[in-house]
Design a protein around this ligand. Structure first.
Ligand SMILES: [Zn+2]
Length: 240
């Protein structure tokens, strides 16, 4: 029986070894969601795929549908990976984006929006990087999942007065009287409002400081909180 062939574009999320010469590549595709595929002979020096199937690679693929794992038949680079590898900062940011995307994507469930966000974030890192690229990606991911934090007013009492804390369990920011969660500075709140309120480019131009560190810490906690909750929900669905 001839196997079904299909084309798609994808970002390589991670790879692992299979046998002596092969590798399994975990792909976030544009149209087919997360796919696991075998790249045969990829670890030989004569591999026809060369270095095109490394994590962060953006590739156009021809895949053959398999029973469990698909098979990579052709791979062609959409853009060069080189700018991601110029320094450790780019690399670390790129890996953080891939990890988040891996956690947020589901096998064979198309999420073209997530794919586009990942490609956009990797391009931004390649072009200019900066301390808020990854945190901004996390906030945008949460917003795309419908769980953007409330940043305008205290989530418990609706007060617009001084905001002093952030708590993802509560769904956003809190005033002095209602405070739970982690302390939130006025400057960090302003940056978070910029990121989620349509001034992303201004936020990405901000140089590293204790405030960008704070925003990054809140973003990481918020994403972890969401993933944990989401993983539990998925596990629940699967057991039913
Ligand atoms: Zn309040």
């Amino acid at each position: 029986m001839a196997s079904h062939l299909y084309r798609d574009t994808a970002v390589v999320l991670r790879t692992y070894k299979l046998g002596e010469a092969d590798r399994i590549v975990v792909l976030l595709t544009e149209e087919h969601g997360k796919i696991r595929a075998v790249a045969k002979g990829v670890r030989k020096t004569t591999s026809k795929f060369g270095a095109r199937l490394e994590p962060m690679s953006h590739v156009r693929l021809l895949l053959a549908q398999g029973r469990e794992l698909d098979i990579v038949s052709q791979a062609e680079a959409v853009e060069t990976l080189a700018p991601m590898l110029v320094d450790l900062d780019h690399l670390t940011s790129g890996i953080a984006v891939l990890e988040a995307a891996d956690q947020m994507s589901l096998e064979r469930e198309p999420q073209p929006h997530l794919y586009r966000m990942v490609v956009g974030a990797l391009r931004t890192i390649a072009e200019r990087s900066g301390p808020l690229v990854v945190p901004a990606f996390y906030w945008k991911l949460l917003a795309a999942e419908g769980v953007a934090p409330e940043l305008d007013a205290c989530v418990r009492c609706g007060e617009h007065g001084p905001i002093v804390a952030f708590d993802m369990d509560q769904g956003g920011v809190l005033c002095r009287a209602c405070r739970t969660g982690a302390p939130l500075s006025e400057e960090a709140l302003e940056l978070m409002r910029m990121i989620l309120g349509g001034r992303l480019n201004d936020a990405l131009a901000v140089p590293a400081s204790s405030t960008t560190h704070e925003v990054a810490a809140h973003a990481t906690r918020a994403l972890e909180h969401h993933i944990e909750r989401r993983l539990r929900t998925v596990a629940m669905f699967e057991s039913h």
